[in-house]
Design a protein around this ligand. Structure first.
Ligand code: SAH
Length: 222
């Protein structure tokens, strides 16, 4: 049976979302735009029905095909580090559930999101439709190569852990652009923020995190 998101808009569970926002504030998230996006986005529409009752807990959940929707705190932290202002063209690598795509759609101008597992991309597409998200373009592809046709990007966010910073993504950053990618081994990584300033590329490592592997030509082998 195909697991479809329930056809509900934003209003249901708004209390649960507000509680999640309070929890995230308590854990140190301060960016009002990020907190607002979380308050307005129906995370329950992006998770399978079997785990929907846990949609507003601050934890990762299985979404099928061996993948997970990340913990809300990790999404919030990542989006905070990207410091989006609303005018950016963004590339997301690893659409997964589409939940972070929906958050990004409220924080930037246009989102290009690539996912290597077609079944997940189709589910995400449906959930984004239910959540009334329209400024998003999706494709099934190896996102470690970026999305050349739409480059350069003002921001790139990678939702899976990589052994190193994928060079095509650095190459597809606009001047002043920011790339956030979890870098490390298969079990644990650190969020690394890469910033392109003219010909200079600055790197800074942040929180330890645990993502599923980024599988592709410039990530892990299958
Ligand atoms: N932010 C997403 C994260 C999903 S998990 C969410 O919370 O739902 C990471 C996703 O990255 C998985 O769906 C996985 O299939 C995808 N992925 C892994 N390697 C990829 C690659 N090279 N290109 C595109 N997607 C990839």
């Amino acid at each position: 049976m195909v697991d479809r998101p329930i056809a509900s808009a934003v209003a249901p569970l708004s209390g649960a979302r507000r509680r999640l926002v309070e929890e995230l504030k308590g854990k140190g998230i301060v960016d009002p735009a990020v907190l607002r996006a979380i308050e307005l986005t129906p995370r329950h529409a992006f998770v399978p029905s079997g785990v929907r009752h846990r949609a507003y807990e601050d934890g990762a959940l299985p979404i099928g095909s061996g993948q997970t929707i990340s913990q809300p705190f990790v999404h919030a932290r990542s989006l905070e580090l990207l410091r989006l202002t609303g005018s950016e063209r963004v590339l997301e690598v690893g659409t997964g559930s589409g939940y972070q795509t929906a958050l990004l759609s409220k924080l930037a101008l246009v989102i290009y999101s690539v996912e290597r597992v077609e079944a997940l991309l189709r589910q995400a597409e449906e959930a984004l439709r239910v959540a009334n998200v329209s400024n998003v373009y999706l494709a099934v592809a190896d996102g470690t190569a970026g999305w050349r046709e739409h480059a350069p990007f003002d921001a790139i966010v990678v939702g899976a852990g990589s052994p190193e910073i994928p060079q095509p993504l650095v190459d597809q950053l606009a001047d002043g652009g920011r790339l956030l990618v979890p870098v490390g081994d298969r079990d644990v990584q650190r969020l690394v923020l890469v910033e392109r300033k003219g010909t200079r590329v600055l790197e800074q490592a942040y929180d330890p995190v645990r993502f599923v592997p980024l599988v592709g030509d410039h990530g892990w082998a299958e």
